[in-house]
Ligand binder design. Structure first.
Ligand code: HAM
Length: 428
């Protein structure tokens, strides 16, 4: 019978890969702690309407990328394609947004039915932060600074560039969109089918077209910055001044519009050229209208999300995961003869409580000395502790697993102390 395979674009993260993930997650949590952001967890499944109302009906995500289905009650549900919508829903539903300021973070799998390629998957993981109840631009600068702190912590700063843009209010984008539609209508014959469809539904997405013919037709298209309101301009220039002041360099990219509808004022992305086509590792911005749009009291908000897979790819290819993050086996207990199992369990427990920093495998499943020793070698352990009934119940042999093959036999009561001595560590 053919074996069942994982779903395309949904990856297994294998034991040899998990240390990089754990390292990344640990660094992220440390930075969150330093900025006093609190963790929130919310479901992976939500009502489809939540994503339609927040991300926008005419976005790639909602139009073609969601995993949606009717459950047994006939409710239409979707696997979350991102975290902001669920975070807002959870925070509002639980009264966290009522006249309060909140600094929240979350982490977990997201799902988008995209065409898989390096750095782009159908199940992927995001870290996100969402800050509620603050006008900005100070909080905008804070979340950007927080992301920069994470790059420093991971030693990736030099590979990442910050792009920012001011996309104004929803009304500004509406008038801009209308101007862009008229401009595109006049050049409809130079556009492809996709652009012709989008010029009426979501004209700003035409700006992202990868088709060179469409790009050349866009030549002197109206610019968004000419449609942005005064207040947004002031907000943006204050944000830039704050970033300048704390030494965060950025590039203003007037074409940066982001693929989700809820943003206003400033948006940003961190990009790298070390990942190929999928070079955006982090994206976010303000979304002051979303809480009210989802039925809550109007609440200012800003946030971002980071793609974990993309960061792990960077960490691995640039060898940035410190060696001490790799999980190590230090001691392998070789157990010859079933009657030694209980003694091995007792000794391993004593060793683990005396030296909690060590990784200790106590052999299970029987087998001859040589085959167990082979496993001890391939585990990477430094020391084998051999319990063998033939050597007498009370004696254990401690054997270095290096070229020296030095070994010493001691009474079982001295084994814990002796292991520490050989490995050069003191017990607790
Ligand atoms: P986004 O730009 O759609 O924004 O996603 C954020 C990041 O998630 C991207 O920059 C990328 O690193 C990663 N990502 C997205 N799709 C994939 C994929 N298919 N495979 C691998 N990684 C991917 C959001 O999701 C917003 N919720 C961010 C936000 C939070 N804005 C405000 N608060």
């Amino acid at each position: 019978m053919a074996k069942l395979q994982a779903i395309r674009g949904m990856n297994d993260i294998l034991p040899e890969q998990t240390p990089s993930w754990q390292y990344l997650e640990k660094c992220f949590q440390q930075v969150m702690h330093r900025y006093a952001y609190q963790e929130i967890r919310f479901p992976i499944l939500e009502q489809t309407a939540l994503f339609k109302r927040s991300i926008g009906e005419v976005t790639d995500i909602v139009e073609k990328e969601m995993y949606s289905f009717d459950d047994r009650n006939g409710d239409n549900l979707s696997l979350r394609p991102e975290g902001t919508a669920g975070c807002v829903r959870a925070a509002d539903q639980n009264g966290l947004l009522y006249n309060q300021q909140q600094r929240l973070w979350y982490q977990g799998p997201m799902f988008r039915h995209e065409r898989p390629q390096k750095g782009r998957y159908r199940q992927f993981h995001q870290f996100g932060v969402e800050a509620f109840g603050m006008d900005g631009p100070d909080i905008d600068a804070e979340i950007i600074q927080l992301s920069a702190s994470l790059w420093n912590e991971l030693d990736l700063g030099e590979y990442l560039t910050l792009e920012i843009n001011n996309i104004g209010s929803a009304e500004d984008r509406k008038s801009y969109g209308a101007a862009l539609t008229s401009f595109l209508e006049e050049r409809a014959e130079s556009l492809d089918d996709d652009a012709r469809k989008r010029m009426h539904t979501n004209p700003m997405r035409v700006l992202d077209s990868k088709n060179p013919d469409v790009q050349s037709a866009l030549g002197d298209a109206p610019a968004l910055e000419d449609y942005v309101n005064e207040q947004s301009i002031e907000h943006f220039s204050k944000l830039k001044a704050l970033l300048d002041r704390v030494g965060i360099t950025y590039v203003v990219n007037p074409r940066l519009v982001r693929g989700l509808d809820y943003y206003n004022n400033c948006v940003f992305e961190w990009i790298t050229d070390s990942l190929g086509a999928q070079g955006t590792v982090c994206g976010g911005g303000r979304y002051d209208g979303l809480v009210a749009q989802l039925g809550g009291k109007p609440t200012k908000a800003a946030g971002f999300a980071i793609g974990e897979e993309r960061l792990v790819l960077m960490l691995d290819s640039l060898s940035k995961v410190p060696a001490q993050s790799l999980q190590k086996t230090d001691v392998y207990i070789v157990v010859i003869g079933e009657e030694m199992s209980a003694a091995a369990m007792e000794l391993s427990l004593q060793l683990r409580s005396s030296y909690p920093q060590l990784g200790i495998i106590s052999h299970c499943g029987g087998g001859k000395y040589n085959s167990q020793l082979k496993r001890a070698f391939s585990s990477g352990a430094e020391l084998a502790v051999v319990l063998e009934s033939d050597s007498g119940e009370e004696t254990v042999k401690l054997r270095r697993l290096d070229d020296s093959a030095d070994s010493v036999s001691v009474n079982i009561s001295e084994a814990v102390l002796k292991v520490g001595e050989i490995l050069g560590i003191s017990g607790s």
